[in-house]
Design a protein around this ligand. Structure first.
Ligand code: BGC
Length: 702
């Protein structure tokens, strides 16, 4: 008689009843996107799939392809055994699967399966960089909730990358569109809202990729040399904040940190994550990131993904005494505690439980909050009836999200061309050509972002460049304004053509409602309020990381330390195209009466914000702190808090932001602890990192 998993109290009984073989098998995935089912112990399989922008139907097909292959192997009398799978990664590649069967059984063709799968109404939510530009936790939480509910109804138990909090270290990073910001305070203030939303949707959230997973070059195992201070202040806070918000799973990253792969890194997974931060969930490896099984389990990586993958090394390690069996028990305990909270145990929602409008509304509201007006000479907003010539392929096909695990194939995407046609009248828009009575030209340019590859430069694709050149030439010929829309994974080269543009609007990758929201912003139905979550540099060669980004593909030193983003650009203002926190509105705001008072463990800052323009709009009070000169070298200023307020024309509101004194500390590498130095701290309220409107000082005695 086996003990069955019923509740938390039963976990130890189940572990006691398990054979070594069962234990070793349970901590390794069963298939591309599922964990092991062990009926004898009442343990269901969990479905773990991406991701943070929506349901990844490619992975769904990969899972199906693998299952169909297993069936074919059984029918052929040659059932799949986990021992054929050495790294687990073979299961993702249908060619490799066919080779494993010696060519006798073919795996289904994934390409054909995908081509046959009809596009359905799956939600595609804005990726992290876009959400970072909203500076609005409420709207982020609503996206998380709608996405969580939808994923739940589709049979998912753990939704991967909810969120991805990797920092925007370098603009060429292939996946920076997935992460929230270059600034740890902004990430830590926004990403936890997504965790909470996902959890409200009833699925388990997953924060990735722990930690400092900032490039695709040498992605499996690049060895990053990073100082303790840089990790503590820049690359870890986003993860800590998500753990604090209740995120129950953490994905260990592919890269190494200071010589040790993240999935095998005891300092990272046990000392920091569990002992220091009090994490009580489980860690799963990124796909194939647990390069060796026993060191991964020993370090605190509880689940090795994907499977099947041989469990022989784990059993061998226990038998020869290099891995204590208690480490396996701990991993299983961590895993089962979370498993009990999943829909696999509690019951899934069904598609009937879902209101598709909830997701569309959340994605639309997020899109309205994150689209960022970078430049406007007054041409925007456009009046209804304006005759518009659109250029650029992405005016008709918005890139809603990037490629790789964040990709979502859906019928729900909108585009600015269609949406604008509805607003200004179909007869008033053209594509790829101007008429003699055209009033304005709008061209969309792009920059792709994807897993597996970093970008080569900040240049836009040639096709987009040609569209921009055509649009510019026509705007000059007719003497009409040019408006450029950026549908980009991050910064692109702007400086050279910027003078030709009357307005520039950045939509990043905006999710399924981006096209609709963009049209509403262009035509003034919505007043833009997005703020850049990262600096746009003038060119790549002025960035703080351009000399070492990528390393040699094997080794890499973060030579710039904590000086990335505005922490660097504050001392190199000539390098900035658009600063961190920048974003315009159709109205104007004034800040006054900035005060800061020490009240116990907090500094209470207040700022009076007045809408001095003629229409309703939102402004974000960004609170930066300059520290006194002391023993520890500090950036000129650092973001410590912010608040976004919506005000009617003429309306004022006093915004209050409370900053814990402990947030003023820096990590003292020598002392190995956080230190707040005594002296005068200056609290600076700005509308961007360079546009500071007022300040107040506070004496801190540490
Ligand atoms: C990616 C992860 C993703 C995982 C599962 C990996 O290749 O790095 O972000 O969650 O695959 O799809």
């Amino acid at each position: 008689m086996f003990s069955k998993l019923t509740d938390r109290d039963s976990i130890d009984e189940v572990i006691k009843a398990m054979s070594l073989e069962d234990k070793a098998r349970l901590v390794i995935g069963d298939s591309p996107f599922r964990t092991k089912k062990m009926e004898q112990y009442g343990i269901p399989a969990l479905v773990v799939m991406d991701g943070g922008t929506g349901f990844n139907s490619i992975q769904d097909e990969q899972e199906k392809a693998f299952r169909a292959y297993c069936k074919r192997r059984s029918i052929a009398g040659d059932p799949v055994s986990e021992d054929e799978f050495i790294s687990g990664m073979e299961c993702l590649d249908t060619n490799k699967l066919s080779a494993l069967a010696g060519g006798k059984v073919k795996a289904p063709d994934l390409g054909e399966m995908l081509a046959a799968r009809p596009l359905t109404a799956l939600g595609c939510y804005p990726p992290g960089m876009f959400l970072g530009a909203t500076w609005n936790p409420e709207v982020i939480k609503r996206c998380g909730r709608a996405l969580g509910r939808e994923a739940n109804s589709l049979g998912i138990d753990i939704l991967l990358g909810t969120p991805n909090v990797n920092i925007h270290r370098d603009p060429l990073g292939g996946r920076i569109f997935e992460g929230y910001s270059e600034d740890p305070c902004l990430v830590s203030s926004l990403a936890p809202a997504f965790v909470k939303g996902i959890m409200e949707g009833g699925v388990v959230a997953n924060v990735k990729h722990f930690a400092a997973n900032n490039q695709e070059t040498g992605r499996m195992g690049i060895n990053e040399h990073i100082s303790g201070r840089t990790l503590s202040e820049i690359y870890l806070p986003g993860f800590k904040a998500c753990v604090g918000a209740g995120c129950q799973t953490v994905m260990s990253a592919y890269n190494k940190i200071n010589g040790t792969a993240c999935a095998m890194n005891k300092w990272l997974l046990t000392d920091v994550l569990r002992d220091e931060w009090g994490f009580e969930g489980f860690v799963m490896s990124d796909w194939g990131a647990a390069y060796e099984e026993a060191p991964a389990i020993e370090a605190g990586n509880d689940l090795i993904m994907p499977g099947p993958r041989t469990s022989a090394p784990l059993m061998e390690a226990v038998r020869n005494g290099t891995l204590p069996e208690s480490a396996l028990d701990d991993a299983i305990r961590n895993y089962l505690k979370v498993l009990l909270e999943t829909p696999a145990v509690k019951g899934h929602l069904t598609p009937d439980d879902i209101d598709p409008e909830e997701g569309i509304r959340a994605a639309y509201d997020a899109a309205c909050e994150g689209i960022t007006l970078l430049k406007n000479d007054g041409v925007l907003p456009l009046a209804e009836g304006t005759k518009v010539a659109f250029y650029g392929r992405h005016s008709r096909e918005t890139i809603a999200s990037g490629e790789g695990s964040a990709e979502v194939r859906t019928s729900l995407n909108t585009n600015v061309y269609d949406a604008a046609s509805k607003l200004t009248g179909e007869g008033n828009v053209t594509f790829g050509e101007v008429r003699e009575d055209t009033d304005v030209i709008i061209v969309t340019v792009s920059a792709q972002g994807q897993e597996f590859f970093d970008r080569e430069s900040l240049a836009m694709p040639e096709e987009d460049r040609a569209a921009l050149d055509d649009a510019t030439a026509e705007s000059k010929r007719l003497g009409i304004p040019l408006i450029v829309l950026l549908n980009v994974s991050g910064p692109i080269d702007i400086a050279e053509w910027e003078p030709d543009a009357s307005a520039i609007v950045c939509e990043f990758f905006p999710g399924m409602q981006g096209g609709a929201a963009m049209a509403d912003i262009l035509f003034g139905k919505v007043n833009p309020s997005g703020k850049l979550p990262l600096t746009f540099p003038k060119s790549y060669d002025v960035t703080p990381t351009h000399e070492n980004f990528g390393g040699d593909g094997i080794e890499l030193t973060y030579e710039e330390g904590i000086y990335i983003g505005y922490r660097y650009y504050d001392r190199h203002p000539e390098a900035v195209m658009y600063p961190f926190g920048h974003g315009l509105s159709y109205t104007s705001f004034d800040f006054s009466d900035v005060t800061a008072l020490l009240d116990g463990a907090n500094i209470d800052v207040s700022v009076k914000v007045t809408n001095t323009g003629t229409r309703e709009g939102s402004e974000t009070v960004q609170l930066y702190v300059s520290a006194p000169t002391g023993k520890i070298d500090k950036p000129d200023k650092e973001l410590k808090g912010f608040a976004k307020v919506r005000l009617a024309a003429g309306e004022s509101e006093t915004v209050k932001i409370s900053i814990p004194v402990k947030d003023l500390a820096s990590y003292d590498e020598e002392a190995g602890r956080w230190v707040t130095e005594s002296g005068t701290y200056v609290f600076k309220a700005g509308t961007s990192s360079v546009d500071i409107k007022g300040e107040a000082k506070v004496q801190i005695l540490a």
